[in-house]
Write a new protein. Structure first.
Lengths: 277, 319
């Protein structure tokens, strides 16, 4: 925003440079460590630019049978996409009703959705886990996603977006005989695309990054590891070889690293929509 | 829990009028619309009702019960679990939760601010810096925790190596009582710095150049300009960063469980770790106590929301 001002340019670069070395060393170690032979890594400090790079650790991490990463990848994708779809569908419908349908229940329902935003998930994780166990579906893929398909946050955000839709257009559509669902799907949703993408990214990451829930609900079934619980399990099993561990972690980080590098706009929009203009 | 979005409640409320429709709709049509509206809201209401609202009541019930090994609630234990919340042990847990949260939030917001502010200058390479500093956001809690365990592993540790260069002996980061909390705090600050940097950089990018120019004409430059003009103008972003970081710290589990497992000797035991430990760790299966502690977390979460929105938000400057 401003031109190089009172702070000398050199100082700016010096400060940012030092901060980058400190803050990004773990990232560098993660990405490069997996390519290093273990004698270069098991060295203080690790010889990151040793030269004898190898793919062996990646092969070992991908193939090791104790904590298989391929199924964990599939599970994480499944959880991320299911939570995303669940959030989108339930919040689109609810937000539509809250904005466009006349009903005496509108206010109480809105406040109910809003109130759920304030409940920290960890305060209800015990009853939820016991409930899932009593249904007998713990240690199933369904149990990973079932409690997370609806969101007060998404309803709230979409209600904001829908409320900006020009009312005259909505009236014109109704006069033309356009029903609720058709109006929602063919007109309103395309018009609200930025908000939808924002929620989609946010919801996907909610599911993708989940740790506490998969840890407790699928702990006895190794094939239900998500990438996040797999990393923890891998640490216990591959503790002897940090290089393999780092290779495994790098594999799990590829999707989110790409998102941060290429999708920053959507990240910021998704997480701050409504809160920050 | 994403309370920050409550911020925009009033903007939505203003447009919360029924769309233009005939004033006096026929009664059956209105009843039909009410029913249809309920139907549309139903999937969301059902999901949240079954898995958020009902469990709140269930947590109260569980907190008054003992349970068998399978977790089925058994006899009533009255207020026994709540009485356990009054012990010095739980007081320590709450204190450590508070310490952890404060120590994460303050540097977790100030550090990204100190990085984002100089990046607003029109200098080459600033976008690269922004993306680079955002990278920790790509790390899930388990990935960050395990990578930092390797970073601090005495046989590898570049941190210990750097300390050695300036002649400072490195502590046992995760096993020394005086250091374990600081270590988990530091890793959490690192984790939240990426996201907060993106939020604050976006806020700074929205600061109006003309206002700054006017301030410069009036002689406000440098730090003075930053504190009295830029900070108020980015207060929504700052507020958002503070709220989300507070909630993230309050709800932290993975970094504690993976890096120290609450240890050494309970020195990194926080409220959420305690809930996890009592209910699910090592087959402890004390679901009643964990539920009671969950209710404490609920109360703290709501209190924080009230304080932040009642006190702090009044100072936030929205355009």
């Amino acid at each position: 925003m401003n031109r190089p001002g009172p702070v000398p340019t050199v100082l700016t670069y010096l400060w940012l440079g030092i901060a980058a070395v400190v803050l990004l060393f773990p990232v560098l170690l993660t990405v490069l460590g997996g390519f290093l032979p273990s004698n270069a890594l098991l060295h203080q400090p690790p010889q990151l630019f040793d030269g004898d790079w190898t793919l062996e650790n990646y092969r070992a991490a991908w193939r090791q049978p104790v904590v298989p990463l391929a199924p964990a990848f599939v599970n994480s994708l499944f959880v991320g996409l299911s939570v995303m779809l669940g959030h989108l569908i339930t919040s689109c419908l609810a937000a539509y009703a809250l904005v466009f349908m006349r009903s005496p229940l509108r206010r109480p329902i809105f406040w109910l959705f809003l109130a759920t935003i304030m409940v920290p998930y960890e305060s209800i994780v015990v009853p939820n886990a016991l409930f899932i166990r009593s249904l007998g579906i713990n240690d199933s893929r369904l149990s990973l996603i079932l409690p997370f398909l609806a969101t007060g946050f998404g309803v709230f955000m979409l209600r904001q977006a829908f409320a900006q839709f020009p009312r005259e257009l909505r009236e014109a559509a109704v006069i033309d005989g356009c029903g609720h669902l058709r109006f929602l799907v063919t007109i309103l949703l395309p018009a609200s695309r930025p908000a939808l993408i924002g929620i989609a990214v946010w919801s996907f990451l909610q599911g993708w990054n989940m740790y506490f829930w998969p840890l407790i609900i699928s702990s006895s079934n190794n094939s239900l590891n998500t990438l996040q619980t797999a990393v923890f399990a891998l640490k216990d099993n591959e503790g002897g070889s940090p290089a393999v561990l780092l290779a495994g972690i790098t594999i799990t980080l590829v999707p989110t690293l790409l998102l941060v590098i290429f999708g920053q706009r959507w990240l910021v929009r998704g997480f701050t929509a409504g809160a920050v203009k | 829990m994403t309370a920050p979005t409550l911020l925009a409640a009033d903007t939505a409320a203003r447009t919360d009028r029924p769309p233009g429709r005939p004033r006096r709709a026929a009664a059956p049509a209105r009843a039909r619309e009410t029913a249809l509206g309920l139907l549309f809201a139903l999937p969301g209401l059902a999901g949240l009702g079954i898995f958020v609202i009902f469990p709140l009541f269930q947590a109260v019930y569980l907190a008054t019960r003992g349970n068998d090994i399978l977790g089925n609630p058994t006899r009533s234990v009255g207020m026994a679990h709540f009485q356990e919340l009054l012990t010095p042990e739980f007081g320590t847990v709450l204190w450590q939760t508070l310490v952890f949260t404060v120590l994460v939030v303050v540097p977790g917001v100030l550090l990204p601010l100190a990085l984002a502010a100089p990046m607003t200058q029109r200098l080459p390479g600033m976008r690269v810096f922004r993306t680079a500093f955002a990278l920790p956001f790509a790390y899930s809690v388990s990935a960050a925790s395990v990578v930092w365990l390797i970073m601090l592993n005495p046989g590898i540790s570049p941190v210990n190596w750097a300390l050695g260069l300036i002649g400072v002996p490195a502590p046992n980061w995760t096993t020394e009582p005086g250091w374990a909390m600081a270590t988990v705090v530091g890793v959490t600050v690192w984790m939240v710095s990426g996201f907060n940097l993106l939020v604050l950089a976006a806020g700074l990018a929205g600061v109006d150049e003309e206002v700054l120019e006017a301030a410069r004409m009036d002689g406000a430059t440098g730090p003075r300009q930053f504190v009295s003009i830029v900070l108020p103008m980015i207060s929504p972003s700052l507020f958002f960063a503070v709220v989300t970081t507070t909630l993230a710290a309050l709800q932290a589990l993975g970094q504690v469980q993976i890096m120290t497992d609450g240890g050494p000797n309970g020195h990194t035991r926080t409220l959420v770790y305690s809930i996890f430990d009592n209910a699910f760790h090592n087959n402890n299966s004390n679901f009643g106590l964990a539920s009671a502690q969950g209710l404490v977390l609920l109360v703290i979460g709501v209190l924080i929301a009230v304080v932040q929105f009642g006190v702090l938000e009044r100072r936030v400057h929205y355009r």
